[in-house]
Design a protein around this ligand. Structure first.
Ligand code: AMP
Length: 285
């Protein structure tokens, strides 16, 4: 059976016209911002959005300003037709899929200086990344005027940065962070998993195993940062993954490292498996 595709707009003015109409009708609006190449993780945000509000906007935009030179901007998967088909199976009222020029027209020069939470971890390894994220998310929030916005815990620091930005700049939207959706073997779903060779796909399980090992130690009463991180590192050693960007145990509110793990602490990881950089995290309870 042919699935009906959701309505798509590519310009800010078309989007604004629809939003204005919905607002006049008194509809509540939810937005789920994505870079496309949709998987179940993204779809979980759209489902949550449609249970929360009358109208759901999904955005598809591979945001160049959050990629540093030399990162995977050019090869990032772009699968618009498949994405629309997936969104057509859900209650998606509108898809906003702008071009780069629509979002960053000639003369564009304003950016968001992200909050302090953007400094460590991803911020340290990917300079400029969170400024790009904060800027595009603020633009999308301003355009969609949503009551609620949905993000994934998969990008823990990103969600924290967005929450802080929204609080600091008084953006009138409720931020919701949904649980990480995983493959049946535990690998966190990611558009970048498509880059993995079959062998690296198996090796990538080290990330989830490492988080599970941390949880097992904490459950058994272990609280030493060194003991837990050493145990987590073993999972990477076992798979001969040597390019570890960080294995961190941090306060979930400040993202500052903790010496003694007292729940809730968040364990965060980033590593390169083959050519593919993957991240994952888990709140240790
Ligand atoms: P991306 O397209 O990778 O920029 O992600 C768009 C949104 O989907 C972000 O809020 C991500 O945190 C969220 N997301 C990505 N992967 C997952 C996942 N496996 N589970 C839940 N949310 C996810």
């Amino acid at each position: 059976m042919n699935q009906a595709l959701p309505p798509v707009v590519t310009t800010c003015s078309e989007l604004t016209a629809t939003i204005r109409r919905w607002k006049q009708q008194g509809r509540s609006i939810a937005v789920a911002p994505t870079m496309g190449a949709l998987h179940e993780g993204h779809l979980s945000l759209v489902r949550a959005a449609s249970s929360a509000c009358d109208k759901v906007v999904a955005t598809l935009f591979v945001n160049p300003s959050q990629f540093a030179p030399g990162e995977d901007l050019e090869k990032y998967p772009r699968t618009l037709q498949a994405d629309l088909q997936k969104l057509g199976t859900l209650n998606t009222d509108l898809v906003f899929a702008p071009s780069e020029k629509e979002m960053y027209p000639p003369g564009f020069s304003t950016t968001v200086l992200p909050p302090a939470l953007a400094m460590p971890l991803e911020g340290e390894l990917r300079p400029g990344h969170f400024s790009g994220v904060a800027t595009v998310v603020l633009k999308l929030l301003n355009l969609v005027q949503a009551d609620e916005a949905f993000f994934g815990q998969k990008d823990f620091q990103q969600a924290a940065v967005i929450r802080a930005m929204v609080r600091d700049l008084n953006v009138p939207v409720q931020i919701n962070v949904m649980p990480t959706v995983r493959e049946s073997d535990g690998l966190a779903m990611s558009s970048r998993n498509a880059y993995l060779s079959a062998a690296d796909r198996q090796r990538a399980l080290a990330l989830h195993r490492s988080l599970q090992a941390a949880q097992t130690l904490v459950t058994a009463g272990e609280s030493s940062r060194t003991v837990i991180i050493n145990r987590m590192r073993q999972e990477f050693d076992r798979e001969q993954i040597h390019e570890i960007d960080y294995i961190e145990l941090a306060d979930p509110d400040t993202l500052l490292p903790v010496e003694t793990v007292t729940p809730p602490t968040v364990a965060l990881l980033a590593a390169k498996v083959g050519e593919t950089r993957l991240i994952d995290n888990q709140i240790l309870t």
